[in-house]
Design a protein around this ligand. Structure first.
Ligand code: DX5
Ligand code: ZN
Length: 226
């Protein structure tokens, strides 16, 4: 299966989100990653349901909504209504993870469980058969442009092994500090959904940056645009 890329609009110009999404899509984005932060679970505050709703009107690929918030159960309905096709929630804030994952699925969205760098893979053990995808954070969530934490590579391998033991083919998404130089390593470890914020949107040419990242993720040189 080919590797999907999910440019994160966190590093885009929030005054021109439509242009950012269009450029990422022209560059081959398979998903648009939307980082929702509440200023409690993480130190930063970003965007919420109304922005997802507006993005849904213009995006031609599915919206992948990463909830870095406390009490995500309160907002899941609203994000699915707004157009989220995939929702990831953090295991660190969820005493009733099983209920939350099944609630997301019952609303018709794909349910992902996200693990912070400091959270052991074992936190996922009881849910390994249930999740639609796993999001391995390769930086501490809260900000774009941070440095990839090297341990994340072996963590992806551990998550893959856990899912395989549970008979679950669910993909692993990796998020934080990914660029075209390190993407091949995380793909080799088992990641098949690649989030990238600054590597795409801090580039002077996000379309080209997305295309190059996708090519690197799939082990090829970027095709020359006509
Ligand atoms: C970090 C967010 C990421 C962020 C990644 O808290 O979850 O999705 O946008 O940005 P980069 O790719 O710049 O590390
Ligand atoms: Zn994210």
């Amino acid at each position: 299966m080919s590797v999907r890329i999910a440019p994160s609009i966190l590093s885009a110009d929030f005054a021109a989100l439509g242009d950012a999404v269009a450029a990422a899509e022209r560059g081959g984005a398979d998903l648009i990653h939307v980082d929702v932060m509440d200023g409690h679970f993480v130190p930063n505050i970003t965007i919420g349901v109304p922005v997802v709703k507006s993005l849904k009107r213009i995006a031609t690929v599915p919206l992948d909504v990463h909830l870095m918030i406390e009490e995500p159960d309160r907002y899941i309905d609203a994000f699915v209504d707004a157009g989220a096709a995939m929702i990831s929630v953090h295991v660190e804030v969820l005493p009733h993870l099983h209920r939350t994952v099944h609630a997301i699925q019952a609303l018709g969205a794909k349910a992902g469980v996200a693990l912070n760098p400091g959270t052991p893979v074992a936190a996922l053990t009881e849910m390994a058969a249930d999740v639609d995808f796993v999001l391995v954070m390769s930086v501490n969530p809260g900000f774009g442009g941070q440095t990839f934490i090297a341990r994340s590579e072996s963590k992806v391998r551990e998550v893959r092994a856990l899912l395989d033991r549970a008979g679950n083919r669910a993909p692993i998404e990796i998020d934080g500090g990914i660029d075209r130089h390190n993407v091949a390593r995380v793909v080799a470890a088992g990641a098949s959904i690649i989030v990238a914020g600054s590597a795409v949107f801090n580039s002077p040419d996000p379309e080209r940056a997305a295309r190059e990242l996708k090519a690197a993720a799939n082990g090829a040189a970027a095709p020359t645009p006509r």
